[in-house]
Design a protein around this ligand. Structure first.
Ligand SMILES: [Zn+2]
Length: 330
């Protein structure tokens, strides 16, 4: 048993409280490798933002869970070395069983998500009782009500349904969760909506249906001051899609959530916003560019380096211009 406190990590409680009071959201960035971790930490240190390092079960399989844990511990020291002791959470994204959550808690995670959103309501409540174990170690838990569409690692759903505001008080009371992920129209992946769900602007770029701020407002009314989480909140920058597609890629009809809508959400009780696909797009765009522009290149540092630089730029932009989390650490 390793306590996250010994690793220098924090849970989400204090962070979310400040975010709600301050009208901003904490970035939750997924990581699977060293370059992503470096980009996240250096960006957040430079703009003085708290951060949630997010690990999916896919990441655990890809990178090895022990290695990821030590990388998170390293991230704390790396931030200090860069000059700022920013609060860092190590969070399990989309935990699907008690065993997985327990395993992460026992290994030093400071926060876990238990996702029973695809289950019937009562089974979701029962599964989310992972809270009882987590709270013994002061680990915070995120639950979910409502189903997002889209594909994310091993999480996928064909049909989405919005969170039902009439269920949230009962769910939070029965489970004791510390935060709640909701479904108001965000979606996993880089193809968040089918073209027929969208309209096109004059440049032919797809514009998705707007988020359901009416549902968010109703949830806030039911749970005043309670931390709300948005998954699937990448904006799918079209400049990256363009670079990818003009450098040998084939991303069709990629579409995300406009940043303006996320900016609006961040000012509400939404205090954690998950961004993964945008980082994947940034890295892929830069790697493709190097390969096309310089086919003789074979040093991984020469393509992962530019990918890391672009990723850092993207993350800083998110903290400064979208989530409002920049400048929130003394
Ligand atoms: Zn998610």
């Amino acid at each position: 048993m390793v306590s996250y406190k010994d690793l220098g990590l924090v849970n989400t409680r204090e962070m979310f409280k400040k975010a709600i009071e301050g009208g901003y959201a904490i970035p939750a960035f997924n990581f699977n490798n060293m370059e992503q971790m470096q980009a996240i930490i250096s960006a957040c240190v430079e703009c003085s933002s708290p951060v949630i390092l997010q690990v999916s079960s896919g990441a655990r399989k890809y990178a090895n869970q022990t290695l990821l844990r030590y990388m998170a511990q390293g991230a704390v020291e790396y931030a200090k070395e860069l000059g700022k002791n920013i609060p860092i959470v190590l969070h399990l994204d989309h935990g699907n069983s008690f065993e997985l959550c327990k395993n992460c808690i026992d290994m030093g995670f400071s926060s876990v998500m238990i996702d029973g959103s695809h289950l019937p309501y009562d089974e979701n409540v029962a599964l989310t009782k992972v809270v009882d174990y987590a709270h013994q170690f002061d680990v915070t838990v995120e639950g979910e009500l409502g189903v997002l569409a889209g594909v994310e690692d091993e999480v996928s759903s064909e049909v989405a349904h919005y969170t039902r505001p009439e269920e949230v008080v009962d769910f939070v009371t029965k489970t004791g969760v510390d935060s709640l992920a909701i479904s108001i129209g965000t979606s996993h992946g880089a193809n968040k909506f089918k073209p027929e769900q969208c309209t096109r602007n004059e440049e032919g770029i797809l514009l998705p249906p707007p988020l359901r701020f009416d549902i968010l407002a109703e949830i806030e009314k039911q749970l005043p001051g309670f931390p709300i989480v948005l998954h699937g909140s990448s904006s799918v920058p079209q400049e990256y899609v363009k670079i990818i597609n003009t450098h040998g890629g084939a991303l069709k009809d990629a579409v995300g959530i406009p940043e303006e809508q996320l900016r609006q959400a961040a000012k509400s009780a939404v205090c954690k916003i998950n961004i993964d696909s945008d980082g994947r797009l940034a890295m892929t765009a830069m790697v493709r560019k190097v390969f096309v522009d310089n086919p003789a290149e074979f040093d991984p540092r020469k393509y992962l380096g530019p990918a890391r630089d672009e990723l850092k730029k993207l993350y800083k932009h998110k903290c400064e211009n979208v989530l409002g989390s920049a400048g929130r650490v003394e």
